[in-house]
Design a protein around this ligand. Structure first.
Ligand code: ATP
Length: 631
């Protein structure tokens, strides 16, 4: 169990690295800059020595120190000669020279630091972009079952929360974890060079620091994982709440929803507190350990200066200044490691999605079909959503080209599920659906779907222009074709009356359309696609009689010359169907023409009578039509 966890962790780190390593040249530039920044950062501190020496011994000529040639003085020899030449006569001239050099080094350091920071942040943001693009493409081909199992809000959080955290991690890993260890190494090397004994003693504290950093990082990772999954749940809750706001307001669900929301956010709060605890303990603890080590160095430094006379005061000042810079990288490395834990928890979630294979399988030699010639056949098809509860059992049905098939049955009978097997939104668990004798699983999915237009029960409108809603982004359609499709669906008049006609933005960000107008757009979309197979899931919501008449006429027009499956909720629309298929409890009870099954199928008779009563109460026209067919 533990080893598989480690394997997953290793795999996630590898995947993450693969995303960043695509930008090798920028990474290399960033690395080079971090080395230069580290050298300049430590080197600039060397300028403290002439400053200290000049302040404490104004009569002392810097160049006199050269012959002693301990490490630091030897390093500064060229600088001392330069100062001696120009400003030795004046202590203030020496100070000015040292300060100007110091500022110059810091300014150059700033330039390289900018390039390093920009490059590492660029890589972090680019990884966000690449991951969002790849996850989007991957999820778009996931099958319908995945989307019914996972709430939209929690899917959104992969894109908005998790991937952003991963981006920060990449910055931490390739920005801070490149620069800070460099700074640390250069500083330690410099300290070692100045006084190796003191430095070795100081370094004895490192294993303890490393252990505490690792201990708290592990705690932090677990808390981060909890926070991220709570964030996903909050996203899902909010998405559902605000998209159902009319239901919430209409049924006064305020208190119920407030309680549910509270339960979600309190979970995040508790998990966040777990993270805060780990962070709040680890930082001061490491700071305390670091300061213990510095105090030890102060004591020992005093010993080496006063008792052993191995070091002079100004060298010790530089030693302490560089020692001060050692602590900062350690602290930032510790912070980065904590933050990287959040990123690894997020990477676990995101790469988990990459790892699952939810796309419908496509045959290696999938056939590209471009026409529908003879028939669609359901051959002993069974289906279940969860693999346990059967939803369709042993369905056998043959539909000839050009036929109108009506799927009829009580609610939950399995009508939509049966129709959803045709465009392969799902695959049967037993049996096969055949198109012109070929199993749908052997056909190229996109080619199959091009043969089918689906007009779903809930009309879906994108927040985009009317034109894009009709063409679904396919730019091959001409304006004439778009207008002809809209005319056929009785939609042209209302579209022309919109502020910018076909270029008007509709949906969430634009003009709101009525239910009937949306349905006509959906029908126009199907006219434009002009596929030989049509699946019409009749809308259940009732419309005003004008809209209803237009939609009915448009549907009749759309069905002409096509093989149509109608999931019928109003029986009056399917009385002329070539075959009425009565489904109940996932099995086919009867197949036949209206009159035949009215006589022999009790369920159909009951549905018909119920509808007949409803129609009688509502529309005299439908009543006449229905009555004519019942005799
Ligand atoms: P209606 O006329 O009310 O639309 P229907 O006859 O079209 O109903 P289906 O939507 O096919 O019925 O549903 C058949 C059964 O499958 C029902 O019990 C339903 O609860 C279940 N079901 C439908 N969709 C899913 C899904 N995405 N995940 C799990 N179960 C589902």
């Amino acid at each position: 169990m533990k080893s598989s966890g480690l394997r997953d962790e290793y795999r996630n780190v590898r995947l993450l690295l693969a995303y960043a390593i695509r930008y090798k040249s920028r990474l290399a530039l960033s690395l080079v800059c971090s080395v230069i920044v580290s050298v300049l950062s430590v080197g600039s501190l060397t300028m403290l020595m002439p400053i200290v020496e000049t302040i404490f011994q104004p009569q002392h000529r810097l160049v006199e120190a050269e012959p002693s040639a301990d490490g630091l003085h030897a390093l500064l020899a060229p600088f001392y000669r330069f100062v001696d030449y120009y400003a030795q006569s004046s202590p203030f001239g020496t100070l000015l020279c040292a300060c100007v050099f110091y500022l110059l080094l810091v300014a150059i350091y700033g330039g390289f630091r900018y390039v390093h920071e920009y490059m590492s942040r660029w890589i972090g943001h680019r990884v966000i972009l690449d991951l969002q693009r790849d996850l989007f493409s991957r999820m778009t081909v996931f099958n319908a079952a995945y989307f019914s199992r996972n709430r939209v809000g929690s899917i959104l959080s992969y894109f908005t929360v998790d991937i952003r955290v991963i981006g920060m991690t990449v910055f931490n890993a390739f920005g801070r974890l490149m620069l800070e260890p460099c700074l640390l190494l250069v500083s330690l090397a410099y300290l070692y060079w100045i006084h190796w004994k003191l430095t070795l003693i100081y370094m004895c504290s490192f294993p303890i620091l490393a252990w505490t950093i690792q201990y708290f990082a592990r705690k932090n990772r677990k808390a981060a994982r909890d926070v991220q999954s709570y964030m996903a749940r909050i996203g899902a809750f909010l998405q559902e709440h605000f998209s159902h706001i009319r239901l919430v307001q209409g049924y006064e669900m305020y208190d119920h929803q407030k309680n549910r929301f509270w339960n979600e956010i309190i979970g995040t709060f508790r998990a966040s507190m777990g993270m805060v605890k780990a962070k709040a303990v680890s930082s001061p603890l490491n700071e305390f350990l670091g300061l213990c080590a510095v105090c030890l160095i102060l004591m020992l430094g005093g010993y080496f200066i006063i008792i052993r006379e191995e070091m002079n005061g100004s060298v010790f000042v530089v030693y302490l200044a560089v020692l001060g810079t050692v602590y900062q990288p350690i602290k930032r490395i510790e912070q980065s490691i904590q933050e990287i834990q959040h990123g690894l928890a997020a990477a676990e979630r995101v790469f988990g999605v990459f790892a699952i294979d939810e796309a419908l399988p496509e045959h290696p030699q999938a056939l590209i079909v471009d026409s529908f010639e003879r028939e669609i056949c359901f051959d002993k098809v069974s289906f279940s959503y969860d693999g346990v509860q059967p939803v369709l059992t042993d369905i056998s049905l043959t539909v000839k080209k050009g036929e109108l098939i009506a799927l009829v049955g009580p609610s939950g009978a399995g009508k939509s599920t049966l129709a959803n097997l045709i465009p392969r939104f799902y695959d049967p668990i037993e049996g096969a659906v055949l198109l012109d004798g070929r199993d749908l699983r052997t056909l190229q999915l996109s080619a199959l779907r091009r043969l089918i237009s689906v007009v779903p029960q809930d009309v879906l409108i994108f927040a985009d222009t009317v034109r894009t809603n009709l063409t679904c982004g396919d730019e091959r359609y001409s304006q004439e074709q778009v207008i002809a499709a809209a005319q056929a669906a009785y939609a042209h008049d209302f579209i022309s009356a919109l502020p910018h006609g076909y270029e008007t933005t509709v949906g969430e960000r634009g003009v709101s359309l009525s239910g009937g107008q949306c349905q006509r757009l959906a029908l126009a979309r199907a006219f434009l696609r002009n596929s030989p197979l049509l699946i019409l899931d009749e809308a259940t919501s009732s419309l005003d009689s004008e809209s209803e008449r237009h939609i009915k006429l448009s549907m009749q027009r759309l069905m002409q010359g096509r093989t149509t499956f109608v999931i019928a909720h109003r029986l009056s629309t399917i009385l002329h169907a070539d075959k009425i298929v009565v489904v109940d409890g996932g099995v086919i009870l009867d197949i036949g023409k209206h009159q035949e099954i009215l006589e022999r199928c009790a369920i159909y008779r009951r549905l018909y009578q119920l509808q007949f009563l409803e129609d009688e109460q509502s529309s005299p026209a439908t009543r006449t039509e229905s009555a004519a067919h019942s005799t």
